[in-house]
Design a protein around this ligand. Structure first.
Ligand SMILES: Cc1ncc(COP(=O)(O)O)c(C=O)c1O
Length: 385
């Protein structure tokens, strides 16, 4: 039985965006209404080859190519695992890796596992003023450094890293650079023609407005990452080993066609609105919300001027899980509370206890921002300090 959503103020868009643009829902339905068509795998006429159309859309959106270098996976976590483990397998001997305190567990856990297995040594670079600088990365580099993995945007602090100079330096020094763009893709312009990184990870269900279960990555030089998955691709079926060509090198098994259709339509929506307009809306909403919270007694803001529409805060005298519970039950406002899968950020900003996070999308309204800020003020005023 399909249940209709009750009216809520949804401010958990950094976890997954809601609502999705109507065109996304229609494209997913359209994709399921007709037989699957994908060149090389299935025959078919008259229906859209969604993987091919979505790769073209991604290549144009991120200014990178060729389109076959955009690989579909389940999500950003899946992409990071494929890239990190594939790079380690290709390198073949232990090496030094750098990551940062800003990372999500989808970076920290694969790297820590490899460190514990003795496959890599790992340096975790601290952040200053919510960002990680090139100087901090340089400081951690040693002759054995082969890999840097870091995020473009923090999912707790909403800070965007200046990855261009970092990419240029790492590129010049032959150090592989994987950027986790889970929080930036779809929120701000990302011009991969201008940033010489090696691999850029995105997810479908956040600001690209796709549905859960689809993500991917762009890789500039596919041979730098070994094949770690094998299976059917629809091409070279006579050989018992995985084809080395793209995208089959990294994609096997049946595609998530509805998910891929949702990314295709999500990018279409962003292009119609304009990524600059989406960024401007996010900045406007975030500015209004932080201004209100700054005026509220008992609130600690962990990021006064985030680059992304993500605001992390604490209300003195009341546990953040309880804040989330009250907001949901009494006000029908959904935010995220706790550690947000980025434990090292919390260790720095709140002693590891976690915080409340409000995150907005293009569909969040100024009215919702005002209502949410007023609700938070009421909760803060009622807190036992
Ligand atoms: C910075 C960052 N990286 C990775 C992820 C994981 O994304 P996914 O759910 O698509 O695996 C998230 C999700 O919250 C994130 O914020």
């Amino acid at each position: 039985m399909i249940s209709e959503p009750t009216p809520v103020i949804y401010l958990n868009n950094a976890a997954t965006t809601w609502p999705k643009p109507p065109g996304v829902l229609e494209e997913v339905a359209a994709c399921l209404r007709v037989p699957v068509h994908e060149a090389g795998r299935t025959t078919g006429r008259g229906s859209t080859d969604y993987p091919s159309a979505a790769r073209d859309a991604l290549a144009a959106f991120f200014h990178a190519g060729p389109p076959e270098h955009f690989i579909f996976t389940q999500n950003a976590t899946d992409s990071l695992n494929l890239l990190i483990h594939g790079f380690v397998k290709k390198t073949g001997k232990p090496f030094h890796t750098i990551t940062t305190e800003l990372e999500h567990n989808s970076v920290l856990r694969p790297l820590t596992t490899l460190e514990q297995d003795g496959v890599i040594t790992l340096s975790v670079v601290p952040f200053t003023d919510n960002t990680v600088s090139l100087a901090a990365i340089k400081n951690a580099i040693c002759p054995e450094t082969r890999l840097v993995v870091m995020n473009h945007g923090s999912n707790v602090l909403g800070s965007v890293q200046d990855i261009k100079p970092i990419a240029e330096y790492l590129n010049a020094n032959d150090i592989f650079f994987i950027v986790d763009g889970a929080q930036t893709a779809g929120h701000i312009p990302v011009d991969l023609a201008d940033i010489p990184l090696d691999a850029f990870v995105f997810t479908g269900h956040k600001a690209l407005f796709g549905i859960p279960g689809i993500g991917g990555f762009f890789i500039r030089e596919p041979n730098a990452v070994a094949i770690t998955r094998q299976g059917g691709t629809g091409s070279d079926s006579q050989t018992l080993i995985q084809p080395k060509n793209m995208p089959e090198r990294f994609e096997c098994g049946t595609h998530n066609y509805p998910g891929i259709a949702s990314i295709y339509a999500g990018i279409g929506f962003i292009n119609t609105v304009g990524i600059q307009e989406i960024e401007r809306t996010g900045t406007d909403l975030t500015g209004r919300f932080t201004r209100e919270l700054k005026r509220t007694k008992g609130i600690t803001l962990y990021n006064e001027k985030p680059d992304l529409p993500v605001v992390a805060f604490d209300i003195a005298g009341i546990d953040n899980q309880e804040v989330g519970f009250i907001l949901a039950r009494a006000y029908n406002i959904i935010m995220r509370t706790g550690l947000h899968c980025a434990p090292l950020v919390h260790k720095r900003i709140d002693g590891g206890k976690g915080c409340v996070r409000a995150s907005f999308s293009y569909f969040t309204t100024r009215e919702e921002i005002g209502t949410a800020a007023a609700a938070i003020r009421e909760v803060a005023e009622s807190a036992d300090r």
